[in-house]
Design a protein around this ligand. Structure first.
Ligand SMILES: *Cc1c(COP(=O)(O)O)cnc(C)c1O
Length: 416
């Protein structure tokens, strides 16, 4: 994909990029937060817009020469508000974490109480982890999943909310395999007089594609990343009710960021258009179908699915019933050697440390984009099980890697 004269100008660096392209084309990408962007998204990301300073917003910039940039950002805003039926959008956050930071900066004072999902039950670092700015600047308390069905425990959530009186409730997760309905969150937020933020980082593409219910009408603010199931460039976005629009815009700039990455904003506009096409609805539905097929096949191999399965693009797998000795860390390393890329992940109530874990998280969005369907999901489950079962046998791992290569050759994200 890199022109020869450019490669020749810096073989060392572009050699690494070539190698990464080969890796993406020839191994299985099962990290739940990853996807393959279209050539159009990559063209916009690699465009001359990277040269331009555009601090401010369309029509209100601090630098000259922004007539075309303004059209780009305005188009991105129009497309995303229409895609999600939102009142206002800010397309400038550099990433999902920045989008969340901007919301906190806009709606909270330092030290305010916030209620979010606990990290070890599937919440994100920006939902109050002590090692993250969120946990250091605000007083986070948490809810989690119930022990019985491993789904969000709304009784507990309501109890904590009544006791702690948060100013903001954060819905949304980074490792939760079930639908997240916004209604019970809204009801509890109203009962305690809290604002409601819905962090749709993972599922924005499923919402846009009609495979998951939309939180936009009921949440005060919705944040998301554009690079996970939504399949756009690496970046963040905030949708908000009109009453919070000004506060959110001021929090993103000048509150938190400097010049926006307008080349990425352009690529977001491309992705928002792609997500409005009928083919994106087909993709979103297929992602869920594939995830369910993969989960079912893994259960057939002796793994336990957290909450018994999945309703979105990802699953959390408890490795212990398959092999009590096998840790998430080991599984990740073995599968890497076999050409299968995924990440270890703590499971609810995990007795092992977050660096070791008893589980892995698996996502079906990228392989779906690459064109795989249910038969491939069943094969992937067999390959995962075989690699883990025969993990001490290099010949077996090589054999799995070969089969992975065959699968990827049939469904290559970026064919030559
Ligand atoms: C991925 C994720 C984020 C952060 O996105 P980055 O782009 O990595 O900063 C925030 N919230 C949730 C729930 C996520 O899954």
């Amino acid at each position: 994909m890199i022109p020869d004269d450019i490669r020749a100008s810096d073989p060392e660096l572009f050699g690494y990029l070539d190698a990464e392209l080969v890796r993406q084309n020839t191994t299985l990408q099962l990290i739940a937060s990853e996807n393959f962007t279209s050539p159009a998204v990559m063209a916009a990301t690699g465009s001359v817009l990277t040269n331009k300073y555009a601090e401010g917003y369309p029509g209100k910039r601090y630098y000259g020469g922004n007539q075309h940039i303004d059209q780009v950002e305005e188009l991105a805003r129009q497309r995303v508000t229409s895609l999600f039926g939102a009142e206002h959008a800010n397309v400038q956050p550099h990433a999902g974490a920045n989008a969340n930071a901007a919301v906190y900066l806009a709606l909270l004072e330092i030290g305010d109480t916030v209620l979010g999902m606990s990290l070890d039950h599937g919440g994100h670092l920006t939902h109050g982890s002590p090692v993250n700015f969120s946990g250091r600047m605000y007083r986070f308390c948490s809810y989690g999943v119930s022990e019985s069905d491993e789904r969000i425990d709304f009784d507990q959530l309501r109890d904590v909310a009544l006791r702690e009186r948060p100013k903001l409730i954060v819905a949304g997760a980074t490792a939760y395999p079930r639908r997240i309905e916004v209604e019970p969150f809204r009801a509890i937020a109203d009962e305690v007089g809290a604002l409601l933020m819905f962090d749709a980082a993972h599922i924005a593409g499923l919402i846009a594609g009609g495979a998951h219910p939309s939180p936009v009408a009921l949440a005060d603010v919705v944040t998301f990343t554009t690079h996970k199931t939504l399949r756009g460039p690496r970046g963040g976005c905030i949708l908000t009710k009109a009453e919070h629009a000004q506060a959110i815009d001021k929090a993103v700039f000048p509150g938190l960021q400097g010049g926006p990455l307008e080349h990425v904003v352009a690529a977001k506009a491309v992705a928002f258009k792609e997500a409005a096409q009928p083919s994106f609805r087909t993709y979103a539905a297929q992602v869920v179908t594939n995830a369910q097929a993969l989960a079912e096949a893994l259960a057939g191999e002796g793994f336990r699915l957290i909450s018994g399965g999945t309703e979105n693009h990802l699953m959390l797998v408890d490795l212990r019933p398959f092999d009590a000795e096998l840790t998430g860390k080991q599984a990740q390393e073995v599968l890497d050697r076999a050409g299968i890329t995924l990440n270890r992940n703590a499971i609810p109530g995990d007795p092992r440390s977050p660096f070791v874990t008893s589980g892995v998280r698996i996502g079906a969005a990228a392989v779906t984009t690459a064109g795989m369907g249910v038969p491939e999901m069943v094969e992937i489950a067999h390959l995962i099980a075989r690699a883990l079962r025969e993990r001490d046998d290099e010949t077996s791992l090589d054999a799995v890697r070969d089969q992975v290569g065959v699968l990827c050759a049939k469904h290559t994200p970026y064919p030559a």
